[in-house]
Design a protein around this ligand. Structure first.
Ligand code: MN
Length: 259
């Protein structure tokens, strides 16, 4: 029997306006193409998830048809998700996206459905499971390296910003096969208190946690960098996406066809 290609849900983000179109028009749900290419090249079928935050029944129906969930990068998390007021240096937020993504993570953890979180996606995993964030690393994390190599400041999206050290025994080390490597860094927020139920899998030279994963058999991995920018040139990074797809296929094989 040929298994069908795994369906990978990608939550979208709210686009408040498009150049030349007044923002009074209805908002849009969009996502960067790189995440779709990184999913398809290893055999996944990407499926965009609308931010139906107030229609939990439909969101659940979407979720049940998915074999895995890829959480892309994006704007800051609303700190009220973890019980804090907004820091003056908080950037733009997307509350509908926060709520939808955290719901998806919680469902996936219950079902052991595979999740791969990238940048903001790693932060979402942590907050969904009870952790907190630095709202702004430079302001709140003494001794922080520069992590905000943003394209808007002239840096390329694959700029090698800093090293990460990968934890011995982690699933991430098994995939990447290197205990240290350089990553890009396009974030000004970061993991502060690690959620119970997560283990750190990667750390930056300043001590910031840049990788998290679930213990045990659940494929639940978050990385603070943007591997979708390296998968074309780095076989081990592509392997991270491939193993996510394999985990999604295995999960569906165990769970049975979507109802
Ligand atoms: Mn970083």
């Amino acid at each position: 029997m040929t298994l069908r290609r795994p369906v990978i849900g990608l939550p979208t983000q709210t686009l408040h306006s498009i150049d030349g179109i007044p923002p009074a028009l209805p908002e849009s749900w969009v996502m960067n193409q790189r995440y779709f290419f990184a999913t398809t090249v290893v055999g996944g079928v990407p499926w965009m998830i609308p931010l139906l935050e107030e229609d939990s029944a439909t969101l659940r129906e979407i979720y049940q048809r998915l074999d895995g969930i890829l959480l892309p990068g994006g704007v800051d998390l609303d700190p009220r998700s973890y019980g804090e007021e907004r820091h003056p240096r908080l950037g733009a937020v997307d509350q509908a996206r926060d709520r939808v993504e955290m719901q998806l993570v919680r469902w996936a953890v219950e079902d052991l459905k595979p999740v791969l979180g990238l940048c903001r996606g790693a932060q979402i995993i942590n907050v969904a499971l009870g952790g907190t964030l630095y709202q702004d690393l430079e302001a709140q994390f003494p001794g922080a390296l520069k992590h905000d190599y943003f394209p808007t400041a002239g840096f390329s999206r694959d700029y090698p910003a800093h090293e990460v050290t990968i934890a011995p025994g982690s699933r991430l080390l098994a995939v990447m096969e290197r205990p240290r490597f350089m990553v890009n860094s396009m974030h000004h927020q970061g993991i502060r208190a690690l959620a119970e139920g997560l283990v750190p899998s990667a750390v930056a030279p300043d001590g910031l946690i840049e990788g998290v994963e679930g213990p045990g058999e659940h494929f639940l991995i978050g990385v603070q960098w943007h591997p979708e920018m390296f998968e074309v040139v780095d076989p081990r990074t592509r392997q991270l996406f491939r193993e996510f797809i394999v985990a999604a296929q295995d999960w569906r094989a165990r769970a049975g066809p979507a109802q």
